[in-house]
Design a protein around this ligand. Structure first.
Ligand SMILES: *Cc1c(COP(=O)(O)O)cnc(C)c1O
Length: 379
């Protein structure tokens, strides 16, 4: 039987390796710094701190672990209220529950799809006892982080910036992840740079980052015998994994340029179709466009599912928008703060939006194919 030649799958956002990664990994092997820690970990932290201007960084096994440790460092206790972005990946808020805190979800704004500062203000008025705020920069678009920071300062509440998706994005020239008391990054497989899996906790507070390193390596007290006066975690990044990160970091700005170009091409290609809009940019920011997203107006009669099905039939990966946390069965008993009486901005974006293939290895032919499939629904 003759098989029809299959074009290679077009991915949403798959790892892009360059070669330097292997050099750093090989170094780890050659010097037998395979485990536990070692020069790649220290250097990756230093290089990330320099690149972002965050001050200090602790390399960890995941972005989720970084959020968890930030909450530990802040001292979240059972029953404490923590505000969280609503339209985001569940990893943003799950660590609140690891500490038995109580998440309260804050609706998004149309302007950036991120936490609405007005809804945040409303939440502070309702829960002045709140202990922390976690704000994500969705799909790499910076939130109105100056307004969010100012509100947190006014209420003297620490801010954790979930910059897992926004590494290299800036707000008024400053890197996202460096506005909060703590910032976190992720190097998961589909992020703008990857270590196969990993994360980083950053802060301008050197002592806090030292403490994070201590907590992430089982919280061993300074003693020859194994002594623990605090609860520890096994959250540290390995020296092999950090080697991949160092190699990737060299190419971060290049990845960003390519991601921005993909967004630009989509925006231009659909500009003449009134039912379609790209995810909005923050005019005060420079996004990394980690994932390009679009919305389809329901009046067009075309749904995101129809388009995603058509792409899938051509072996092209796309993805729905994150389902808002206040609509998740696990979080159904949590409070949700929105500026609208009925429904929410987040739910509307979830229903009419989806993520476009944003892989930086997409060829011009791939882009043409994707754009053609989507346009065929409208013209
Ligand atoms: C990927 C992601 C995380 C979690 O990062 P991991 O490294 O996978 O644990 C957290 N928040 C957001 C918004 C993410 O997209």
């Amino acid at each position: 039987m003759e098989q029809k030649e299959q074009r290679e799958k077009i991915y949403l956002s798959s790892p892009t390796m360059h070669g330097e990664e292997q050099k750093f990994v090989a170094e780890a092997f050659d010097t037998n710094w395979v485990a536990p820690l070692g020069p790649n970990v220290n250097n990756f932290e230093k290089e990330m701190a320099e690149y972002t201007g965050c001050g200090y960084a602790a390399a960890l096994s995941a972005g989720t672990a970084a959020i968890h440790l930030a909450l530990r460092l802040i001292g979240i206790q059972p029953g404490d209220i923590v505000f969280s972005s609503d339209l985001t990946f569940s990893a943003t808020c799950n660590p609140i529950c690891y500490e038995k805190g109580t998440p309260v979800f804050i609706d998004s704004e149309e302007d950036t799809w991120n936490m609405d500062p007005q809804a945040l203000k409303k939440a502070f008025e309702k829960y002045p006892q709140v202990k922390a705020v976690i704000c994500a920069h969705l799909y790499g678009t910076p939130a109105k982080i100056d307004e969010i920071r100012a509100l947190c300062d006014a209420y003297r509440v620490p801010l954790i910036e979930d910059a897992a998706e926004s590494l290299s994005s800036t707000f008024r020239g400053q890197m996202t992840g460096t506005f909060g008391d703590y910032g976190i990054f992720s190097f998961n497989g589909n992020k703008i740079i990857t270590t196969s899996g990993g994360g980083m906790l950053v802060s301008s507070d050197e002592k806090a980052i030292e403490k994070a390193r201590f907590l992430s390596t089982q919280a061993r007290d300074k003693a020859r015998h194994y002594q623990h006066s605090q609860l520890g975690f096994n959250y540290r990044m390995s020296n092999v994994v950090a080697g991949i990160g160092r190699g990737q970091l060299i190419h971060l700005e290049e990845h960003k340029r390519k991601k921005k170009e993909i967004y630009r091409q989509y925006k231009e290609a659909f500009a003449d179709i009134p039912a379609l809009a790209m995810n909005p940019m923050n005019p005060d920011g420079d996004a990394n466009n980690w994932l390009s997203c679009m919305t389809i107006e329901p009046e067009s009669g075309v749904t995101p599912d129809m388009v995603m099905d058509a792409l899938e039939a051509e072996n092209i990966e796309s993805r729905p928008i994150w389902k808002p946390m206040h609509l998740q069965p696990f979080y159904e008993n949590c409070d949700f703060i929105a500026m609208e009486e009925n429904g929410s901005v987040g739910e509307r974006i979830f229903k009419k939006g989806f993520c476009l293939p944003s892989d930086i290895k997409n060829t011009p032919a791939d882009m043409e194919l994707i754009i053609g499939i989507i346009r065929s629904f409208f013209v």
